[in-house]
Design a protein around this ligand. Sequence first.
Ligand code: IPE
Ligand code: IPE
Ligand code: MG
Length: 253
Amino acid sequence: MAGEPAASMTPRMASGLRIPVHLGVIMDGNGRWAKARGKRRTEGHVQGVGALRGMVELCITYGVSYLTVFSFSSENWSRPPDEISFIFNLLRRFVASDLQRLIRNNVKVRIIGTREGLDPSLVRLIDDVEAKTAGNTGLTLVVAFNYGGRAELAAAARQLAHEVAAGRLDPDAIDEAAIARSLFTEGMPDPDLIIRTSGEQRLSNFLLWQAAYSEFVFVDEHWPDFNEASFLRVLEAFSLRDRRFGGIGATGS
Ligand code: IPE
Ligand code: IPE
Ligand code: MG
């Protein structure tokens, strides 16, 4: 078929649906979910973990290879300290409650984002989760935690500059591949599809470089309400997209 995407992007078909190889999710709306129910914002974050658990299972069932979820942005530090520490503790609780299940389900976990400035015990926990799941070969679950796309690109620029200064890299050799391998997502395909819940239509600094050719689907439901029916609706929308990558695409003549 004309306009077939590159091999690494080849979608898998399941019940007529096109399945993204790499799915990104901006899990937004926990606070609004809670507010609409007269609850504290933190309760929304607790329910959001339940939706994440469901999403991991859906990705395994439908054959998604990489799931990247945005769980705390470098800009979320501007939130009240109580909410920040609650979210950080939630990550610890998620690891405590779900690590064994993730291992059983052959899920490989990667945590991307800035580790400097995080509590050393949290960094140890992150390292431990990655090490314990490193040999798994099923779904790769990438948790973007303390992550910002601009910070990631600045870190990549710094790393490349150091290599140049040390005489290990010719400045003329800095191409797109050199930048891509200096990012947290080194070795991963770019996201085919990015979902954002809760009605906002922006990236909020998520995977800036990697999203160059991603399809976007924005849904109105808040993240804690996102379920299998929502997932299937998103996949139906994605399946109808004509991904052209600058070419003329499947419907071009
Ligand atoms: C997403 O939900 C979770 C994080 C950003 C940590 P929000 O907390 O942003 O919820 P809203 O957008 O305020 O409703
Ligand atoms: C993006 O959501 C970050 C996460 C989902 C972790 P925000 O709620 O922080 O984004 P803005 O502030 O509405 O753009
Ligand atoms: Mg939000």
